[in-house]
Design a protein around this ligand. Structure first.
Ligand code: HAM
Length: 414
């Protein structure tokens, strides 16, 4: 019987995997430039970590977690995101003893039992960063600038950076009670999810995508009018620094996030090209989470970007990966074949991908094979080439042909 992949899960195969590598390499190169180091976190954690970290009233914890009991009866969960694990790791390994700020990145699969649709899977991949130890908004701005650079370098310039501040434990309760008062007599016009959110997490009503809920947020109190003076100053300074970079951003006073740990800065990088799932990256500050998990009081800010959404955007773009030479080495005769092994190794030492014919066939067949393998160039070796050290080559992209020494050929294709 044929066994199929689960709904909401996906294999990633060539040629698409090239786009994944390109995104991962671009992101990692920038993480290095901005001083982020890798941490590798487990995929399975105690369920309690997410209950306490993400928050019991959130959609993720209430409806979307893959939770199961292990053989010893412990409740375990496939991680739905990386921040809670990163904070646990930070405390458990006493990373706070390292020089501040401590900047980390991670990547890997996350799991949420959501209704699968375009841009939304049950297993999806994130690349994320978490930076600890700095409360100043210069770190928030630097993070947003780094994401912006990564996305620009990937050729994604049709994106919007939305920011907001959702205050702190001093000012948010007052805002929350005003929201509750505002929506109190509108509950019958809100969707069933928002009726639940009204009790568990009223801020989330503000970014519900159901049209009747959007209609009902008109005239609702906005958090920016309730920020305490510290949060207000933090937000003002953030905007000033972003302008200095300069980074184009828009303020979205209704932006809220689906996880409870955020304080002050929140942001989303959005696109109109992915249908309903607009966010390609999102994050914010969570100054209380380390302490809440039993660590020292530590300011922190982080983000994660969704790999599948970035891949989907890149797929619709021509020239979406840097051009790389792929050489097919064609041989004529036994002596040339023997020489081809050493020549291929020289090409590989120069960082160039090489394919061989593996056995004899006519030149015509070898050229056909090179074409099917999507080679950019063919290097043709016959007996004469072996003795003279001058090789014939053909550029398959434009049909150009020539004769060169191996080193000149390497310089040419590089
Ligand atoms: P999040 O907004 O839940 O935040 O997810 C971040 C990104 O992951 C989204 O913007 C989206 O691109 C991608 N994503 C989320 N869910 C799915 C899904 N079901 N299918 C495909 N892609 C998805 C977080 O996870 C926070 N931990 C981010 C953060 C880090 N905040 C502070 N530090």
């Amino acid at each position: 019987m044929k066994v199929n992949i689960l709904k909401g899960f996906a294999d990633v195969c060539p040629p698409e995997i090239t786009l994944w590598h390109h995104i991962e390499e671009t992101a990692k190169r920038h993480f290095f430039l901005y001083g982020y180091e890798e941490i590798r976190l487990p995929i399975v954690e105690s369920t309690e970590l997410f209950y306490r970290g993400i928050g019991e009233g959130t959609d993720i914890v209430e409806k979307e977690m893959y939770t199961f009991a292990d053989k010893a009866g412990r409740s375990l969960t496939l991680r739905p995101e990386g921040t809670a694990s990163a904070v646990r790791c930070y405390i458990e390994n006493q990373l706070y003893n390292r020089p501040s700020p401590q900047k980390y990145y991670y990547h890997g699969p996350m799991f949420r039992y959501e209704r699968p649709q375009r841009g939304r899977q049950r297993q999806f991949y994130q690349i994320g960063c978490e930076a600890f130890g700095v409360a100043h908004p210069a770190l928030d701005a630097e993070m947003i600038a780094m994401i912006n650079r990564i996305l620009l370098e990937l050729g994604l310039d049709n994106l919007q950076i939305e920011i907001n501040s959702i205050g702190c434990s001093k000012c948010r309760p007052n805002y929350k009670s005003n929201l509750i008062a505002f929506f109190g007599d509108r509950l019958s016009s809100l969707c069933s999810d928002c009726n639940r959110r009204y009790v568990t997490n009223p801020l989330r009503i503000m970014d519900c995508k159901v049209p009747k809920c959007i209609e009902n947020t008109k005239g609702a109190p906005l958090i920016r009018d309730y920020l305490c003076s510290d949060c207000s100053e933090h937000y003002r300074a953030l905007k000033g620094i972003l302008e200095h970079y300069p980074i184009n951003f828009i303020e979205n006073p209704k932006l809220v996030r689906g996880l409870d740990y955020y304080t002050r800065t929140i942001f989303e990088i959005t696109t109109e090209n992915l249908g309903a799932q607009k966010a390609v990256a999102a994050g914010g500050r969570y100054d209380g989470l380390v302490e809440q998990f039993g660590g020292p009081q530590t300011a922190a800010v982080g983000f994660a970007m969704g790999m599948e959404r970035l891949v989907e955007l890149l797929k619709n773009q021509s020239n979406n990966t840097p051009p790389k030479a792929r050489i097919f080495v064609a041989t004529l005769g036994a002596e040339a074949e023997r020489a081809s092994f050493g020549i291929s190794e020289e090409l590989r030492s120069a960082g160039i991908q090489v394919s061989l014919n593996y056995g004899h066939s006519s030149l015509k067949n070898q050229l056909r094979k090179a074409d099917r393998l999507n080679a950019t160039h063919v290097l043709i070796i016959g007996e004469e080439e072996v003795s003279s050290g001058m090789y014939n080559w053909k550029d398959l992209s434009n049909g150009q042909q020539g004769q060169s020494r191996l080193q000149d050929f390497i310089n040419l294709v590089r």
